[in-house]
Design a protein around this ligand. Structure first.
Ligand code: NAI
Ligand code: MN
Length: 342
């Protein structure tokens, strides 16, 4: 197999981002080489860049949200897949440990996340396990296909929360995670009422545009006053400040369910009484457990609107500028796309 040269966005060490040109490593058994077409920036890419991701090893080609064309495969028997336009599940798991055996590879004991533990997709080419490459949804523009991954976070969480049309949902945070959750709750699960709370007015406007029924700004006025006694039955914390759990427990309805996505190392303080007296359920959710087929189906059926999340587009060449834009322009930016074409 011939070696290819690839331009890649590499974090050499904390706070050091470079565009490098190097030989891509040779394919290993089970792998495919992807000629990346589009990628999208995620908060975790920024964390790796600034050295705030405890799982990342440096130097690292970042990027775990990407799509592209299968360019070469290791196994001759898989040759028929060359040329397919695919989206990549970043979860690489062992398949043998307890979580893997019960269908939860996203918390595999030796989990490897593409773009975190191993090289990712902000690159012209990337090597990935072939089984992580799914045929991209056909009904949407190719540039939107890297957004399948962020929706799998909402798919994983809602698989635990089991939303119903009777629910009144409260979502903390109108960033990409909160907005994908709004779309999924409204359009996939037909939840009657979805409330979004954030402290940035521009982001709340976007939440409404993405289907939220009510939006509240809790910067000046506490959430409990906005709610005026209304008790949500389902809460998703997509803001992830450790103080949120206690407030959620206070405002939620008895028999409610709470979904947490955060990775803060600071404690959340709640009493047993506040949980047990309402018989609350708390779920946590990390990445996704084989949810790509489900989300690809949602894209194909038009149940989600990924185009509503895209605010900025950059070429791979300008990746550093794109990362700055994503990080600093929080009022105006949501998903920032990278295009790999020259
Ligand atoms: P983001 O930073 O774009 O959005 C968070 C939003 O929450 C911001 O708009 C911010 O203004 C708002 N916010 C912060 N504190 C608040 C508070 N006390 N009340 C109301 N709003 C508040 O982040 P993004 O990308 O949407 O991700 C959200 C969180 O989800 C992050 O903490 C991230 O680490 C986590 N995450 C977890 C994943 C998982 O698999 N468990 C996957 C992806 C993200
Ligand atoms: Mn992501």
């Amino acid at each position: 197999m011939e070696l290819v040269k690839t331009k890649s966005v590499v974090v050499q060490e904390a706070d050091t981002l470079h565009l490098t040109t190097d030989n891509l490593p040779a394919l290993q058994p089970g792998e495919a080489r992807i000629k990346v077409q589009f990628a999208s920036i995620c908060g975790s890419d920024i964390h790796i860049w600034h050295g705030h991701n405890p799982f990342a090893k440096y130097p690292r080609v970042i990027g775990h949200e990407f799509c592209g064309i299968i360019d070469e495969v290791y196994e001759a028997s898989q040759q028929h897949r060359v040329g397919q336009f695919v989206v990549i599940d970043p979860v690489v798991s062992c398949g043998n440990c307890y979580p893997c055996r019960i269908g939860r590879p996203n918390v595999c004991k030796t989990l490897q996340v593409i773009g975190v533990h191993r090289d990712g997709g902000f690159s012209q080419y990337a090597n990935v396990p072939l089984k992580n490459a799914y045929l991209a949804p056909r009904s949407v523009s190719p540039e939107l296909c890297s957004l399948v991954e962020p929706y799998t976070i909402a798919a994983n969480m809602t698989a635990f929360l089991k939303p119903t049309p009777q629910d009144c949902a409260l979502i903390y945070g109108a960033g990409p995670m909160g907005l994908t959750a709004v779309q999924v709750l409204k359009n996939v699960y037909q939840v009657a009422e979805v409330i979004v709370v954030d402290r940035i007015a521009e982001r709340l406007v976007r939440a409404k545009d993405n289907g939220a029924d009510y939006v509240f700004n809790n910067l000046q006025q506490p959430l409990s006053e906005h709610l005026a006694g209304k008790q949500p039955t389902l809460v998703i914390d997509a803001a992830c400040h450790p103080s949120i759990l206690a407030e959620a427990v206070q405002v939620i309805s008895p028999a409610g369910r709470i979904g947490l996505l955060g990775f803060s190392q600071d404690p959340c303080t709640v009493t047993q009484q506040s949980l047990t007296s309402k018989e609350l359920s708390i779920f946590t959710s990390r990445l996704n457990s084989s949810r790509f087929p489900q989300v690809i189906e949602w894209f194909e059926q038009g149940l989600v609107q990924p185009e509503k999340l895209v605010t900025d587009r950059f070429a791979l060449q300008d990746a550093e500028q794109a990362m700055h834009r994503f990080e600093i322009a929080v009022k105006h930016s949501c998903k920032v796309l990278l295009s790999m074409d020259e």
